[in-house]
Write a protein that binds this ligand. Structure first.
Ligand code: CDP
Ligand code: CDP
Length: 230
């Protein structure tokens, strides 16, 4: 059966990784979380006390960084590894969330991450989510989805998720972090968050995870019938 690339872009916390994971499971594809790579680079810079403004130091740091995805021991989604260390948990905290968009705006960081993402997509059969997947990483992806949802719905979703992981956070802090990240991601000079002209918009403000999967599988069936959707 024909294998394709599915690119999912959009705003923070609207359900991109949830949908990407669901699609990968349904189609027996690999799910790749490009945001986890930017988060892992950010974690490294925080630990090494390197400011994103010091571009020379950031470039040197990139030479010390190896990123990889390893299978989840519990059988779930692959975990992000930074120089061999499983950092899936620490990359989700608010300190990383507060700095990641500044790090992701740096040209050298984007070149580093995009080159690796493109290598990971060489054999197709992948679902990747992020901000520039349909515009820059895989401009020829067979299916592109652009996800959005009401900002308050997104803040609540992320807040509940972090609380469920026992992270100490307030709704107001989450709301402000999403607002700032969306702004930085949309206004940066290199690869800003944009809907690709050929992307299908999915506003899931009033959709459950099950409903958004049905929507996406219908798109797969319509745009790429050889893949097999529903
Ligand atoms: O899960 P959430 O939507 O909150 O964020 P993420 O996908 O983990 O991405 C974290 C940050 O990485 C984003 O806010 C962007 O600044 C950056 N990012 C990016 O610039 N390009 C991507 N392809 C993916 C993430
Ligand atoms: O990857 P992104 O930041 O876009 O969002 P996510 O991590 O997939 O989803 C953020 C939260 O919203 C998770 O806790 C999902 O379970 C939840 N979610 C939801 O409640 N309803 C949806 N239709 C999609 C996601």
């Amino acid at each position: 059966m024909k294998k394709i690339i599915i690119a999912i872009d959009g705003y923070s916390s609207c359900g991109k990784s949830t949908l990407a994971r669901q699609l990968a499971r349904e189609l027996h594809y690999t799910y790749l979380d490009s945001g986890a790579m930017y988060r892992a680079i950010t974690l490294y810079l925080i630990r090494e006390k390197i400011s994103p403004e010091d571009e020379k130091a950031v470039e040197q740091a990139l030479r010390q960084i190896t990123l990889s995805f390893v299978p989840d021991p519990a059988g779930g989604t692959a975990h992000m590894c930074l120089n061999g260390e499983d950092v899936e948990h620490p990359i989700r905290d608010m300190e990383v969330a507060g700095k990641v968009s500044a790090v992701a705006a740096i040209g050298a960081v984007r070149r580093f991450a995009v080159a690796q993402q493109q290598r990971m997509g060489r054999d197709k059969g992948i679902v990747m989510d992020g901000r520039d997947i349909g515009t820059v990483v895989f401009p020829d992806a067979e299916l592109k989805l652009f996800m959005t949802a009401d900002p308050e719905v997104r803040a609540l979703r992320r807040y509940k998720e972090l609380k469920a992981k026992n992270l100490s956070v307030t709704l107001e802090a989450v709301r402000e972090n999403l607002r700032q990240r969306d702004h930085l991601d949309e206004t940066r000079a290199i690869s800003p968050l944009r809907k690709a002209p050929d992307a299908v918009v999915l506003d899931n403000s009033h959709m459950t995870a099950a409903e958004q999967l049905v929507f996406a599988l219908n798109q797969v069936a319509e745009k790429c019938p050889a893949v097999g959707g529903l």
